[in-house]
Design a protein around this ligand. Structure first.
Ligand SMILES: Cc1cc2nc3c(=O)[nH]c(=O)nc-3n(C[C@H](O)[C@H](O)[C@H](O)COP(=O)(O)O)c2cc1C
Length: 190
């Protein structure tokens, strides 16, 4: 199964990078198979510095902003316990990992990692359909180059009622941020 989370990594010069990633996991969460595109900063960082932290969070606005380069300041972090890395202060759980194997034959690389430490900060909120809608819209927004505008608008039309019916302010703000990003993308093509 795939677990959608936020991965922090460090570049060769120690700069923090934050990106949503969906590694393959099993329920033990004792290992991860990360699948970063080779064009991603996360991939470059893990090649240079094979450790990172996977975060499980219900903050979908943070996920959207991290995916679409919409963070205005670095989120608050503290040092990881067992690896050189950083942990998001607002996370629910975190998994510190070390990459043990890299397969970069495809554009989407496969990185096997062992989880070396698990931490817990707060409880996950629980199921909320607006959160999933923002997550799906964010994934759509990272794939605009692969989809037609009609397809994107149709998928957003199906997700919008979930936000209208079930969101709190955080999901509404996250949703609006993603919609603005998508609208700006299509305006830039006109
Ligand atoms: C929920 C979610 C899961 C994602 N999973 C992946 C993934 O597994 N691999 C990948 O390359 N990009 C994935 N993306 C897209 C990246 O987050 C996005 O391209 C990001 O800008 C990469 O950032 P980076 O260049 O700083 O690593 C995902 C996006 C979202 C919203």
């Amino acid at each position: 199964m795939i677990l959608e989370g936020l991965v922090t990594t460090l570049s060769a010069d120690g700069t923090l990078n934050l990106a949503p990633m969906g590694p393959v996991v099993d329920r033990s969460l004792s290992w991860l198979q990360l699948r970063p595109f080779q064009t991603s900063q996360t991939f470059r960082n893990l090649k240079a510095h094979p450790c990172g932290v996977l975060h499980v969070t219900d903050d979908v606005e943070l996920i959207a902003r991290a995916a679409l380069h919409g963070l205005t300041t670095d989120p608050e972090t503290f040092p990881a316990v067992t690896i050189p890395g950083r942990v998001l202060r607002s996370t629910c759980r975190w998994y510190e990992f070390r990459v043990t194997d890299v397969d970069d034959h495809d554009q989407r690389a496969l990185l096997h990692a062992e989880v070396v430490h698990v931490g817990h900060q707060r409880e996950l909120f629980g199921f909320n359909r607006a959160m999933f809608a923002v997550l799906e819209a964010t994934i759509l927004a990272t794939r605009l180059h692969l989809l037609t505008e009609a397809d994107v608008r149709e998928q957003l039309g199906r997700l919008r009622p979930l936000v209208e019916k079930t969101a709190s302010d955080v999901e509404e703000t996250g949703w609006q941020f993603v919609i603005n990003y998508i609208d700006a993308h299509y305006r830039s093509l006109d």
